[in-house]
Design a protein around this ligand. Structure first.
Ligand code: CP
Ligand code: NVA
Length: 319
């Protein structure tokens, strides 16, 4: 007996490496499941769908939201999460990904990983016999994009035809926003400085996927063009994890891409401001915007929990 109001597609056993691997219907189903799980959590209804299940969480990079929301999510679903640091794992001493993937698959029901190299996650998923969830690589951050889409959906009632403006570095978060826009019919305009564009192969894949939903994906170097008439404006740090050494040179290049009150005036009156966090006030966004009335950053952070509970339930149980 499934716990969802409607059962459509089973995602049991699937990996989540990028949303580009999912159909529009599958993405929609995850969003619907997330909304249902959120409602149940608010009602205090128990959701013991993963009783006795374990999630292994490998973190090669720092995390606040991802770690806490996955761990709490597993607890709320009746399961258990293990925090695995490469400092303690044998992988940190050179044990091959193949062996790590096979061994962990004998113990846990799913593996979540945050690491720089997307290829490493693909390799892990290749050898693992349990679902692998990408919790951020240099290429994608799909769990973040699901939470972001959920937030926009809640604020705007639909994603179809809404305009999301992403302004800043053409990074992992930006790639996943393009992917979710393509899969949900949400228009995404990305404004990046020259030399910091999105990966063109990913843009092409997203553009191809967008043909199915009618989403329009646009690239520009002009932040004003992106912000114009936007329903949501999104930014992220100028130097992602792994690029800290470029911080000072990037500060200069990215200055015209700061999301500030002036930029917000170009957007719709009820524009939502989004940021995956952590944020640097005074750099990619002013305090007046991120702490102002348009900001949805804490809803977004909360929605990581609900979106990931939907992913975990879907990949581990098919429901
Ligand atoms: N947005 C996000 O992934 O945050 P953490 O790095 O804190 O997990
Ligand atoms: N683009 C950022 C996101 C952090 C959640 C990074 O990769 O560091």
């Amino acid at each position: 007996m499934n716990h969802l109001s409607e059962k459509v597609i089973s995602l049991k056993g699937r990996d989540l490496l990028t949303l580009l691997d999912y159909t529009p219907e599958e993405v929609q189903q995850l969003l619907t499941q997330a909304l249902e799980l959120k409602q149940k959590a608010k009602n205090g209804e128990p959701t013991p769908y993963l009783t006795g299940k374990s999630l292994g969480m490998i973190f090669e990079n720092a995390s606040t939201r991802t770690r806490v929301s996955f761990e709490v999510g597993m607890t709320q679903l009746g399961g258990h999460a293990l925090f695995l640091s490469p400092k303690d794992l044998q992988i940190g001493r050179g044990e091959p990904i193949k062996d790590t993937a096979n061994v962990l698959s004998r113990y846990v029901d799913a593996i979540m990983i945050r690491t720089n190299s997307h290829e490493s996650v693909e390799e892990l998923a290749h050898y693992a016999t349990v679902p692998v969830i990408n919790a951020l690589t240099d290429a994608y951050h799909p769990c973040q994009a699901l939470a972001d889409a959920l937030t926009i959906l809640e604020k705007k009632e639909t994603l179809i035809g809404k305009k999301l403006a992403y302004i800043g570095d053409g990074n992992n978060v930006c790639h996943s926003l393009l992917a979710i826009g393509a899969k949900t019919g949400m228009d995404v305009t990305v404004a990046t400085p020259k030399g910091y564009e999105v990966d063109q192969e990913i843009f092409q894949r997203a553009t191809e996927a967008a043909k199915e939903t009618g989403a329009t994906l646009v690239q520009t170097t002009n932040p004003q063009v992106a912000a114009e008439n936007a329903d949501a404006i999104y930014t992220d740090v100028w130097a992602s994890m792994g690029y800290e050494a470029e911080q000072s040179e990037r500060e200069e290049i990215f200055q015209p891409y700061q999301v500030n009150d002036q930029l917000l005036t170009l957007a719709k009156k009820d524009v939502s401001f989004l940021h995956c966090l952590p944020a640097h006030r005074g750099e990619e966004v002013t305090a007046s915007v991120i702490d102002g009335p348009h900001s949805a950053i804490y809803d977004q952070a909360e929605n990581r929990l609900h979106a990931q509970k939907a992913v975990l339930t879907a990949l581990l149980t098919g429901e």
